[in-house]
Design a protein around this ligand. Structure first.
Ligand SMILES: Cc1cc2nc3c(=O)[nH]c(=O)nc-3n(C[C@H](O)[C@H](O)[C@H](O)COP(=O)(O)OP(=O)(O)OC[C@H]3O[C@@H](n4cnc5c(N)ncnc54)[C@H](O)[C@@H]3O)c2cc1C
Length: 436
């Protein structure tokens, strides 16, 4: 029988924490594996009853998109790039404090606050950075306004969010969850496998996601900026408005700010070309978080690029999310307007092209080199035109774990990473409208 160890051994683990969260005997915990800069599960064999629940709920080994679409929406999507959805919008929170302290439009924070204050939910599964270990995330169930505010902003590091599923399973109350596609896949699989869980998780908020970054990525950047990671008191990846900047506070009181994107010296230049991307991330076929009730991301469109004031693209997938948006609108907490699904695709053109179309080249290369790939169904295989992109991606992923190349990379200016990203752009066709 295949187990979670099979997933880890074959590099298929997303580090999402679902296995640890659903384990009925608490035999699994997530360990920060310093060698790879990722979380992976450790099993206490004495406690394990070999019930197999962890493997059934693992989104690393399989994401049967067809089955999940039937489970969540009762139908298969008509749009293969965005999945099942109702409407698409662009919008932002009308509370400027929230908007400026969030990643894009502050809508997630605003939605959660409204849902909590109006009894729609009793708590929300979110993530903040740990106070006593500032480079590590802390998933938790926020039950107050202050706690929800403390979780604002994107964290570009591994997050074992779903370890907190054990709390949701054991306790009473209605919960909202906020997560990346891998988190939501794990949660939906757990809902399929565990009686009563679907009724407790009343709202799934999904972040759009191109890929995440290992801890080694943050450590690489800190060293590049001349900072010893042990001297860091706190880190924020997207602080102060939109698109925001990295704020590093040191124990000696010094503060450093580094631009996020759109400049030759932006730190995302390193990550945009998939250095420090976990291996399983590049085999993920979901950019728009297709099994959420509502998906949100940055409105990367020229007409919405106002400095400091973020806008979010919004994709609603359930009636409940439409009702919640309308209620927030009627009390003046947010502003939003309809945009076409093609505008959403345009705002995500590189990452949706990478995840939905270029994925076939990466599956092909993985199999060619004898690596295991996750079971994903349905799968759209387009080998031609995707191989150059796949080679570049594998080179980036592989070189970020090669000690010699890492040493060399420390001396490469951030601007050169941006030039390297140009190769990815050349290898990537612009997103094609609608159907795929
Ligand atoms: C790794 C990553 C990749 C992303 N890729 C894209 C992309 O390709 N395109 C795009 O448009 N947008 C992407 N986003 C989403 C974008 O950065 C914003 O999170 C989104 O626009 C919501 O903004 P907001 O202002 O409404 O959120 P906020 O109000 O700032 O709230 C953020 C919420 O996200 C949760 N959260 C933050 N980081 C994580 C994490 N790593 N794992 C789980 N939950 C988390 C927090 O708990 C919080 O509740 C990505 C985010 C992350 C973390």
């Amino acid at each position: 029988m295949k187990t979670i160890s099979y997933v880890v051994k074959n590099n298929l683990c997303t580090g999402c924490g679902t296995c640890a969260g659903v384990c009925p005997t608490d035999a699994i915990y997530m360990k920060n594996n310093a060698k790879f800069g990722l979380y992976s599960p450790e099993i206490n064999e004495d406690e394990c009853t070999h019930c197999g629940l962890c493997f059934r709920c693992c989104p690393g080994v399989a994401v049967d998109m067809k089955k999940l679409n039937s489970f969540v929406f009762n139908e298969q999507p008509k749009n293969n790039l965005l999945g099942n959805f109702l409407y698409s919008y662009v919008g932002h929170s009308n509370d400027n404090f929230i908007r400026l302290n969030s990643s894009s439009g502050g809508l997630i924070t605003q939605l959660l606050l409204f849902a909590l204050e109006n009894g729609v939910i009793d708590g929300a599964l979110v993530v903040r950075m740990k106070k006593d270990s500032p480079l590590e995330p802390e998933p938790f169930i926020a039950r107050t306004k202050e706690e929800i505010l403390s979780a604002s902003q994107s964290k570009y590091c591994p997050v074992p969010l779903n370890v907190a599923l054990c709390e949701i399973i054991k306790q009473k109350g209605k919960i909202a969850v906020v997560g990346l596609p891998c988190h939501i896949h794990g949660i939906r699989l757990a809902e399929l496998a565990i009686n009563g869980l679907k009724e407790k998780i009343v709202f799934h908020i999904g972040l759009l996601c191109s890929h995440t970054v290992s801890f080694s990525g943050t450590v690489f950047l800190l060293r590049k900026f001349g900072i010893d990671p042990v001297d860091v008191k706190s880190i924020k990846y997207r602080d102060k408005g939109w698109p925001g900047s990295m704020l590093i506070e040191l124990k000696n009181g010094k503060k450093l700010r580094k631009e996020f994107v759109r400049s030759w010296n932006a730190y995302w230049n390193v990550f945009s070309c998939f250095f420090f991307t976990p291996h399983r991330c590049i085999l993920c076929p979901d950019q728009s978080n297709e099994f959420s009730d509502i998906s949100l991301g940055d409105a990367w469109l020229p007409e919405f690029k106002q400095p400091n004031l973020g806008e979010s693209v919004i994709i609603t997938r359930s009636k409940e999310s439409e009702i919640l948006l309308d209620k927030l609108n009627s009390v003046g907490s947010l502003s939003f307007k309809s945009i076409s699904p093609n505008k959403v695709l345009e705002s995500q053109n590189f990452s949706i092209d990478f995840k939905k179309k270029k994925i076939s080249g990466r599956f092909y290369l993985s199999r060619l080199f004898g690596m295991k790939v996750p079971y994903v169904n349905p799968f759209f295989f387009r080998k031609r035109s995707t191989l150059f992109n796949a080679f570049l991606t594998y080179f980036s992923v592989w070189s970020s774990s090669n000690k010699f190349l890492l040493y060399f990379m420390q001396y490469i200016p951030l601007s050169l990473f941006r030039i390297y990203f140009g190769l990815f752009k050349i290898s990537s066709l612009r997103t094609i409208e609608g159907e795929y």
